[in-house]
Write a protein that binds this ligand. Structure first.
Ligand code: ATR
Length: 281
């Protein structure tokens, strides 16, 4: 059989692309699967996003990830969108289907996929989410679409939590409440507690200001912070006897979803996990 010397290209558009570790796990995955694919980090200034999308088409990229600050602006340049990307109002993944660029949001899907892999059902569960930024929005929508029964969103800036709640209420039967997060917050009894704030991300050694005594062994506690994987938040939750899941594994699941969307193949998640863990060592 004739050998092909053409590489398939994917990558990430962003301004702080230097801080994006996705390249490490995706390149490791391509290598493990013996795929002649490349993942490239590209610095794209906001004023050049239009041209960058044209370049995607011209260079026949298989797709890209989008990071800060392009996740919302990029909606203008796609030919189609998934239902959940539409609800979230932001995209972080583009898939090139025969020249048509399709937008998807996998920011919350990594969490749902991680739970499913552990055999943990989200249907009917009551979930407390700390934070109301982009990651929280994606997670809240994903959880509601996956059938979560109740959502409570706590945020320092209440109106951001209210905006997410409005989207969830309008589009799903999930019962959703919000509360302003002032001082040390009490966590009501729930099945799952998620830190979706940026608190604890390296080099910040902090942890969310909550009453950790409220965490019980019956609760599942997830942090979205991938670096460090063992955050103070998770350490404290573990001390309370809760089952904990880290942000590193969640990021790997998210990367695995992108890998599958682009290549059509199942991702080698163990290889991706160790590549990323080594990077964050
Ligand atoms: P991302 O896109 O990663 O979610 P983001 O949109 O900047 O990032 O959101 C960060 C979240 O962490 C927000 O909910 C933010 O609270 P505000 O909406 O009030 O800004 C929350 N956050 C960050 N630092 C915080 C802190 N020290 N205390 C409480 N919340 C914090």
């Amino acid at each position: 059989m004739a050998k092909s010397y053409r590489s398939e290209l994917v990558g990430v558009f962003g301004c702080p692309v230097d801080e994006n570790p996705t390249i490490v796990m995706e390149e490791a995955a391509f290598k493990a699967k013996n795929l002649n694919w490349r993942y490239i980090t590209m610095l794209v200034k906001p004023e050049n996003l239009d041209a960058a999308f044209e370049a995607l088409r011209a260079l026949n990229f298989a797709g890209v990830n989008l990071t800060i600050p392009h996740k919302v602006e990029a909606l203008k340049y796609v030919d189609g969108l998934s239902k959940k990307a539409e609800l979230i109002g932001a995209i972080n993944t583009i898939i090139n289907r025969d020249g048509k660029l399709f937008g998807e949001n996998t920011d919350g899907a990594g969490f749902v996929q991680g739970m499913q892999k552990q055999g943990l059902e989200l249907r009917g569960k009551s979930i407390v989410v700390l934070g109301a930024g982009g990651a929280s929005r994606a997670i809240c929508v994903e959880c509601a679409l996956a059938g979560a029964g109740k959502l409570l969103i706590l945020n320092r800036t209440l109106h951001k939590a209210d905006e997410i709640a409005a989207v969830v209420k309008k589009n799903t039967p999930c019962e959703v409440k919000t509360a302003e997060w002032k001082g040390t917050a009490h966590i009501p009894p729930c099945d799952i507690l998620i830190n979706a704030t940026s608190i604890g991300l390296f080099p910040d050694p902090g942890f969310p200001d909550i009453f950790y005594e409220d965490i019980t062994p019956a609760m599942i506690v997830q942090d979205i912070i991938p670096n460090p994987a063992k955050t103070e938040f998770l350490k404290k939750a573990k001390e309370r006897g809760a089952m904990t899941y880290d942000g590193l594994s969640m990021l790997v699941e998210q990367g695995a979803i992108g890998f599958k969307l682009w290549t059509g193949q199942d991702a080698p998640t163990e290889v991706m996990h160790s590549a990323l863990a080594k990077e964050f060592e």
